[in-house]
Design a protein around this ligand. Structure first.
Ligand code: RIB
Length: 311
């Protein structure tokens, strides 16, 4: 059995529909307000659970086990966020409650489905080395660790995990100036968008980004998502590409999280990278056609039944 541990953020997303993004000095009436469970970590765990079929957690058929580790505040929203993951069938016993508020966001979504996100990190900034050691304690060689960049102690987690023989997948989102200094040699799969790829390599062209990632991290695979231009993959001499599907964009929030969860979940289930790219691309396309973050993530059954066509 493959085990996936996701050490990541949990946020309550306050999503405001707006006619346009707020401008400096402007007061703008929103069209609606809805609250959704979110956080890049939580969204990716939901995607992992939906791709690996965790609803059958006690079944003999189960081959992939998903656990989420993170920290929430003591309020009702923290408990509700952990409950979302539990209901998906993810193991939540590594989610700890700390004093103070949980993470939350204020998200503006425009009529064409674009978003911008203001993040209050809250309890997601309370992860420390002792916590990382604790949650990694039950994991070892062959297991997978998934990380984003929305919590503290990310570099320590990847370094410790690799030393224990875990395979590390890293989605450096949201990108910041600290990421290039992380223990990136510990990473087995990088999941990057163009901006993240540019920040890591200093290159601007997709092929140059992949070439530089390959030069610096010869043992890692890089998945580079390019929005409307699809996705590229490079692992040593193996190179793959996949296009995007035709879909009406309602809300792009968590599209990247859906892609990451489906790609890593598919790999954990033994799918070859080309198939993992296809499944992740379909899943992300479905996600952008729905409102919200975690709630927009499709199930594997929906992805397999999808009739979406490539553009
Ligand atoms: O990637 C989307 C997520 O980013 C949202 O759910 C929000 O919480 C922010 O973390």
């Amino acid at each position: 059995m493959t085990r996936i541990l996701n050490i990541g953020s949990l946020n309550l997303d306050h999503v405001y529909a707006v006619p346009h993004f707020l401008r400096a000095g402007e007061t703008l009436a929103s069209l609606s307000l809805r609250d959704f469970p979110g956080g890049k970590g939580l969204n990716q765990s939901v995607a992992l659970a939906r791709v690996t079929g965790q609803l059958t957690v006690n079944s003999e058929q189960l081959t992939v086990e998903v656990a989420h580790a993170g920290k929430v505040g003591e309020g009702a929203d923290g408990a509700a966020l952990a409950a979302v993951l539990r209901e998906e069938g993810a193991d939540t016993h590594l989610i700890e409650v700390v004093d103070g508020p949980s993470g939350h966001t204020i998200i503006q979504v425009t009529p064409d489905g674009q978003n911008c996100i203001l993040l209050f990190p809250g309890s997601n900034r309370c992860l420390d080395e002792a916590f990382i050691d604790r949650v990694l304690g039950g994991y070892g060689a062959g297991d997978i660790l998934l990380l984003q960049n929305e919590t503290t102690c990310v570099s320590y987690a990847m370094e410790r995990a690799a030393k224990k023989g875990l395979r590390v997948a890293f989605n450096p989102s949201p990108m910041d100036g600290a990421v290039p200094g992380y223990a990136l040699e510990s990473v087995r799969w990088f999941l990057l968008n163009e901006i993240e790829g540019q920040a890591l390599t200093g290159e601007t062209e997709p092929e140059a980004i992949l070439a530089e990632m390959s030069r610096r991290f010869p043992d890692a695979a890089t998945v580079l998502t390019l929005g409307k231009a699809g996705v590229l993959y490079r692992a040593g001499a193996e190179r793959l590409a996949h296009g995007v599907y035709r879909v009406k964009v309602l809300d792009s929030t968590a599209a990247g999280d859906t892609f990451t969860g489906f790609f890593i979940g598919s790999i954990a289930m033994g799918k070859p990278p080309a198939e993992a790219l296809r499944l992740a691309s379909v899943a992300a396309s479905i996600a952008v056609s729905r409102p919200g973050a975690a709630e927009s993530v499709p199930t594997m059954a929906e992805v397999l039944e999808s009739k979406l066509e490539l553009e």
